[in-house]
Design a protein around this ligand. Structure first.
Ligand SMILES: Nc1nc2c(ncn2[C@@H]2O[C@H](COP(=O)(O)OP(=O)(O)OP(=O)(O)O)[C@@H](O)[C@H]2O)c(=O)[nH]1
Ligand SMILES: [Mg+2]
Length: 241
């Protein structure tokens, strides 16, 4: 396993006041040296106030406060810049809603020792999704199949948001050229890392639908992904990634 004190978990938040306190407790009960960065878009429910309370006396909790809701992808890019600026070596993406189980973190830290990008995958070793309506599961499963066909990216779960990057991968990406913000954002980053020849490993995770708080999934996010996969492939043919 790599040194957990060199790892930062980025958690974008929008109205996650019901989840953040418990999330920090659980992450630190699994891996007490790890750092956590919340990127909050001025959540009206006061998520940032709770994070600030937790920050008092805990230097491992970081907060980037943005003035308004700007989307998941842009929150992650802001988080990546912060992570690189502070010299973290291993940078995670993770949702605040407990769809991603903190207990899996050590598996990522083990796998990143031999890889550059580790993806938490719902669709290797069967289908590991709990409590999603069948319609949403099918949408996600076929979206991944579609993305594989369009981009050629050989992973079973390209839209997942539980992943760990080595800093070299993020340093090699041109953030100003990252255009997508929703599910397509996940595909775009992994596709670019793959094209640059980085070692990518999928590890199985069990994904659980959110219990508290509200979903931010929208039609716009789906349309973006439908078009973006072809754009990625075409841009890569013309060397414009
Ligand atoms: N900072 C920031 N965080 C966001 C934004 N949109 C979503 N998030 C966070 O990103 C994570 C994933 O969003 P979710 O709403 O869980 O989206 P999802 O997982 O696709 O859908 P559900 O699990 O069904 O809610 C959560 O931690 C959200 O709070 C945003 O515009 N800005
Ligand atoms: Mg979620």
């Amino acid at each position: 396993m790599v040194d957990p004190s060199k790892a930062l978990i980025i958690v974008p938040t929008y109205n996650e006041s019901e989840n953040v306190r418990k999330l920090v407790t659980e992450i630190h009960s699994v891996q007490k040296e790890i750092h956590i960065l919340f990127v909050d878009d001025n959540s009206p429910d006061g998520t940032a106030d709770i994070i600030r309370e937790m920050q008092a006396g805990n230097p491992q909790i970081h907060l980037l406060n943005r003035p308004g809701k700007q989307g998941l992808g842009s929150a992650y890019l802001a988080g990546f810049k912060y992570a690189l600026g502070k010299g973290f070596d291993f940078i995670f993406e993770m949702d605040a809603d407990f769809s991603h189980n903190p207990k899996e973190i050590p598996n990522f830290l083990n796998a990143i020792a031999e890889n550059d990008l580790v993806l938490g995958s719902r669709y290797i070793k069967g289908v590991n999704v709990i409590n999603w309506p069948l319609s949403r599961l099918l949408l996600s499963y076929f979206a991944n199949m579609y993305s594989r066909i369009a981009t050629g990216l050989p992973v079973m779960d390209a839209t997942g948001g539980f992943k760990c990057f080595r800093k070299e991968v993020l340093s090699a990406l041109d953030f100003s050229k990252v255009k997508s913000n929703g599910y397509a954002f996940q595909i775009e980053l992994t596709f670019k890392a793959w094209k640059k020849g980085f070692r990518i490993k999928e590890i199985p995770i069990i994904f659980i639908d959110r219990v508290a708080g509200v979903s931010k999934l929208s039609k716009a996010i789906m349309w973006e992904a439908i078009f973006m996969v072809w754009k990625l492939r075409i841009n890569s043919i013309f060397g414009k990634l």
